[in-house]
Design a protein around this ligand. Structure first.
Ligand SMILES: Nc1nc2c(ncn2[C@@H]2O[C@H](COP(=O)(O)OP(=O)(O)OP(=O)(O)O)[C@@H](O)[C@H]2O)c(=O)[nH]1
Ligand SMILES: [Mg+2]
Length: 392
């Protein structure tokens, strides 16, 4: 969309984007090693959507932004067909346009558990260690069942691959192969996860075997609260879980961070018009996901019922006084948490409408206040990151 087609709030949001923190995963691995399957498992998006979503970025990279190109707090940079070491050297330099935002970076190395020919991938890791030693590395070992001696589609339970000392339930050859691959990466700030992300028709249960271990590795490598941002807290997820909510939740997180960041820009530059415009933009995005008509009057009904309008008006009047008292980041955190809680209430509202149920104001208020309380701390951390420079 060109700038002239945007409304003033959208235009301000576009300007604000460069300040929003983004987490970048570089995916390094041979073709067919399972890179796209990992993006699918982490984001819940279908393999087709992800395949179409990857755009060429540089000569040797493609990029997939999540949840959308515009509303993005996470991006995956796929490095397909890296043939030789010379290309690897260029890679990080060539990717600088991707790295213009304040962000966290993590290299995810993907290899089939039984594949011992990994020279290029090993070269990528050592090159990265030289140029950017702070970047954490997560090594993902895929296709575990290729190392099972039995024929039937059956995984080892309980999941035995968490540490490096595998129990006797792991076939000896598979254990040896996994340990051998892990021995290539002795440096600190390296985490490992063994997974088998099969297709439903393969007959294995669970289909995403090892996903918990992968999340654990990611949370240790990049303490960003990424899982929370993608799927929500267990409470909110239990209450609202459905396909639309999975789509909607990361969008809500993005708007919340955007609103908080706009509010936290040191006064007198604090971007209040953007803060005030965000609820409408967020509601419009959510209405689309829930296949509901967009109607701004409805939005003002919900926000009034929740006390959200009061909060924002109050804050915008008080910001001059609040910022010196609690600081811009804490004020931003409060705005972010209010926006997040409003977004969650809207998901409930639109979800009810879609099911043909009349939304209950009491339920919306309860959700709003619960989420306001629970989300403040982690959203404030995200905003803090946006203002404190590059992390890795
Ligand atoms: N059994 C099993 N199959 C997997 C796993 N990961 C990926 N696959 C399958 O392997 C094939 C390739 O997976 P992708 O995720 O597309 O691999 P990729 O690295 O993105 O491949 P390119 O984009 O071609 O480089 C697909 O058929 C996947 O279903 C895994 O952990 N276990
Ligand atoms: Mg792929």
């Amino acid at each position: 969309m060109s700038d002239s087609e945007l409304n003033p709030y959208e235009r301000r949001l576009r300007e604000l984007r460069s300040r929003l923190p983004i987490l970048t995963f570089y995916l390094a691995g041979k073709t067919q090693s399972g890179k796209t399957s990992i993006v699918h498992a982490l984001t819940g998006r279908s393999r087709e959507e992800i395949g179409q979503g990857f755009r060429p970025c540089t000569k040797s990279t493609r990029i997939y932004r999540f949840p959308t190109d515009e509303e993005c707090f996470l991006q995956f940079v796929d490095m397909p067909g890296l043939g030789d070491a010379a290309q690897v050297g260029e890679l990080f330099a060539n990717s600088e346009p991707v790295l213009s935002n304040v962000h966290y970076t993590c290299l995810m190395v993907v290899m089939k558990a039984l594949d011992t020919g990994q020279d290029t991938v090993r070269c990528i890791v050592s090159r990265l260690r030289e140029t950017r030693p702070g970047v954490p590395v997560v090594v993902v070992q895929t296709c575990l069942h290729e190392g099972y001696p039995w024929r039937e589609p059956r995984h080892i339970q309980p999941y035995p691959f968490a540490g490096n000392a595998f129990p006797a339930t792991v076939p000896a050859d598979l254990a040896r192969a996994l340990r051998f691959q892990r021995s290539w990466f002795p440096e600190p700030r390296t985490w490992f996860a063994a997974v088998d992300f099969t297709l439903p028709e393969d007959g294995f249960q669970p289909v995403l075997y090892g996903l918990e271990a992968l999340w654990d590795a990611i949370e240790q490598a990049v303490p960003w609260g990424l899982r929370e941002a993608i799927v929500g807290t267990p409470d909110v997820y239990r209450e609202l879980a459905d396909a639309s909510f999975r789509q909607a939740h990361p969008i809500v997180v993005w708007y919340a961070i955007a609103a908080g960041t706009a509010a936290a820009i040191p006064f007198p530059l604090a971007d209040l018009p953007t803060v005030l415009g965000i609820p409408a933009l967020m509601a419009r995005s959510l209405a689309k996901i829930y296949h509901q008509p967009w109607d701004s009057n409805r939005l003002w009904e919900i926000t009034a019922a929740l006390g959200f309008r009061f909060t924002i008006r109050y804050l915008s009047r008080q910001l001059t006084r609040l910022i010196p008292l609690v600081g811009p980041v804490a004020s931003g955190g409060f705005i972010a948490a209010s926006t997040y809680a409003l977004g969650i209430a809207m998901c409930r509202y639109y979800g009810d409408l879609r099911r043909g149920v009349l939304p209950d104001a009491k339920v919306l208020r309860r959700l709003y206040h619960e989420e306001l309380r629970q989300s403040r701390e982690w959203l404030t951390r995200r905003i803090q990151e946006g203002f404190s420079g590059e992390k890795s």
